[in-house]
Each structure stands twice: as C-alpha cells, then as structure tokens.
Design a protein around this ligand. Structure first.
Ligand code: GLA
Length: 374
C-alpha cells in the first residue's frame, strides 16, 4: 500500500467519522430543517445570548415542513388563536382543549417555551359570558365569577408548561381622548375586571409571568395611557409583571426614539417588556376594514423591501441593546406565505410583513437581522 493511498483512506475515513458524529448529534427533524435554508443555524441561535425568539402557531403548523421550520428558527411558541376565550371555552359547560393541547404537547416534546394568549379580551370572546339564559346582560358579580372560573381552569391545566400569560389584551381605547375601552367587560365591571383577571391568574399559577398586552404602544399618546394603567396596577400591588408590545408595526413606524422611550418607560415601573406579535407591514397602519381601492395593488416593491429591511435592522438593534428589560421577541405567523395581514384590514390585499418569503425561505431582511456585531 503506498503512502498516498493510505493518507487518502485515512482522510476519507475521518470525513465519514466526522459525518457520523454530526449526524449523531442531530435529530431527523433538525437535518430536514437545515435543508430549508442551507444554514443549520436559525434565528433562535443567533439570538441565544439575548432572548428567546418565538412565533404564533396554529395546530396545522405542527407537522411536516412547517414543524421543521419552527424547530430550526424558534424556541418559543404562542397559540395564535387556540387559547382565546371563544375557541377554548365556547359554552359555559364546554372547554375545547384539543388545539391548545396539541400546541403545548408539541412544545413540551421539543423543549420550546409557550406564551399563553390570552385570558381576557373584548374580541373572539363568546356571547354566553355576558348574558344569562334569557339573553339578559349578566351582573358584575356573575361576570367576574365566570372570568374566575375560566382563568382558573385554563391556567391550571397548563401550569408549569406555560411560562407567561397575556392576561389582559387591549383594554385601552383607540380614541386618544379616552382611557379604557368601552367593552362589555368595562360596561359591566368597570376597571375591576383588569385587577381581578391578574389576581385570578396569579392565584392559579404564582410562577407564571403575567402580561398586559396591547398595540400601538409606541405612539406617545397610547403609551402614556398604557403607562397610566400600569402605574395604577403596580402602585396597587396587582400581580402584573410585564408589558407586551404587540408590535404590529409598519415600515413607517415606530421611530427608534419612540420604541426606546416606550421600553424605558415601562422598565421604570420595574416591569419587563416583550415584543409579543411582531410583524412589519409594508403599508401604513390601518384598523378599519375596507375593500381594495381602484389601482391599489399589494406589491412588494424593491423600495418597500429596502424600507422594511431598514426598519427590521433598526428595531432588532434596539432589542439587543435593551436585552436586560426585553425578555422575548415573538413573530406573528411563520412567513409571508400566509399572515393575518393578508386579509386585515383590506380584504384580498397581500402583505409581506415577515422575515421569510412565501416558500419559507429567508428574505434579504433576514440577513440584516442575523448579521450584527456582538
Ligand atoms: C391582536 C391579538 C392577536 C391577534 C391579532 C391579529 O393583536 O392580540 O391575538 O388576533 O390581533 O391576528
């Protein structure tokens, strides 16, 4: 056997050994996930020294390509709809656990964190909560008892498996001149429903981190009102631990200064902050539903791509800078293939708000989010 042949064999052998070692350390799902992007690392790995990176999911995302993709990029999940009051508690005597359970089981199996979303909201809430058997509106006492039963049952079921809950969602009014939203919760209970929701959740799981969650929290006029509510709760020793900035943003807002101010303001109350529902729409923010205007197209132009890239780069650099206070970032949906913003608020208008394209491949903006100086 000549020397060269021997060297070649040793080299080939060691490559085989190295390959076996690599394959040995990965699960089949991990290997498949790597095939998606050609890069074995995912968002969660780049952000490992900073904070967990999560994504909102539906039960349909828990198998096949979507599941591999989730496991490559994220180490936290939020059920997009499965734990909202309507889907999980459609009738007073009926809890529908299937979808929520499937998400929690998936997370447990793969070692992901779960954010619970949500326990008290004015939307996707079943009518039975607010009415009695004759259709008459219930009293404050009855409504708070129902809220307590709901929160206690749901939080208890996932105790130890869900590390954080969005307890109250969107209680502040859209009108800058008003304070709390005039929801049925407010009409029947006044401000007390907020305090009670946090107390019930804390009693059910004293270890869960409890959030108040809202949108447009970086607009100064909304931020001041959320701050006012938080200060009131903190001063009254209500068990609230953190504020969720939903972060349904657009390429036009928020500014860097607005985002920094918001995080600092809530931190000044001793609260943590998370980005709970991140997406960056290519259109200006709108809320009222409408149809497409003549000539209006949903196009992801190079100019909008550039604007979106700059905005993502800016906000992630602020997230990293604020890592002491900012304890998590969650995206709302997996990729541009399908997002709630495709329909909302303009029916039929496509949006492109996320880091991955319609084939789950990383967009240019992804590179900007993962390439940064440590
Ligand atoms: C709000 C809610 C979310 C979701 C989005 C739209 O932000 O908190 O649960 O419904 O609207 O998908």
């Amino acid at each position: 056997m000549n020397k060269l042949f021997l060297l070649g064999t040793i080299k080939r052998l060691s490559i085989r050994v190295a390959l076996v070692a690599v394959v040995g350390c990965c699960t089949v799902t991990e290997i498949k996930a790597q095939a998606n992007t050609g890069d074995s690392k995912g968002l969660k790995d780049y952000y490992q020294p900073y904070f967990p990176v999560g994504v909102a999911v539906a039960p349909q995302n828990l198998t096949g390509n979507d599941a591999n993709f989730i496991l490559q990029h994220f180490n936290s999940v939020t059920p997009e709809n499965a734990m909202k009051m309507g889907p999980i508690h459609p009738r007073e005597d009926l809890y529908s656990w299937k979808d929520a359970d499937s998400i929690v089981n998936f997370a447990q199996k793969h070692g992901l964190r779960v954010r619970g979303h949500n326990l008290c909201w004015h939307e996707q809430t079943p009518n039975w909560l607010f009415t009695d058997s004759t259709g008459k509106q219930v009293t404050k006492e009855v409504l708070l008892r129902r809220l307590k039963d709901h929160i206690t049952t749901v939080v208890n079921r996932y105790k130890g498996k869900i590390y954080a809950w969005d307890v109250v969602n969107e209680a502040i009014d859209d009108d800058n001149t008003k304070f709390l939203r005039n929801s049925l919760w407010y009409q029947i209970c006044g401000e007390d429903f907020i305090v009670k929701a946090f107390e019930y959740a804390h009693a059910a799981d004293p270890n869960a981190i409890l959030f108040y969650n809202d949108y447009n929290t970086e607009r100064p006029e909304k931020m001041e009102r959320v701050y006012r509510l938080m200060k009131k709760l903190v001063d009254a020793k209500v068990p609230v631990n953190a504020v969720g900035l939903q972060a349904h943003w657009s390429v036009y807002e928020p500014t860097a200064a607005e985002l920094r101010n918001t995080i600092k303001k809530f931190a000044s109350l001793g609260l943590k902050v998370q980005i709970t529902e991140l997406d960056i729409s290519i259109y200006p923010w709108e809320k009222n539903r409408r149809s497409l205007r003549p000539g209006e197209k949903g196009e992801y132009t190079p100019e909008l791509e550039q604007k979106q890239t700059a905005k993502y780069k800016e906000v992630f650099s602020i997230f990293r800078e604020q890592k002491k206070v900012l304890t998590g970032v969650t995206f709302w949906n997996l990729s541009d293939r399908s997002t709630w913003l495709d329909e909302y608020p303009v029916a039929g208008r496509k949006n492109f708000p996320l880091l991955f394209d319609t084939n789950l491949q990383p967009k240019k903006v992804y590179d900007e989010v993962i390439n940064f100086k440590k």
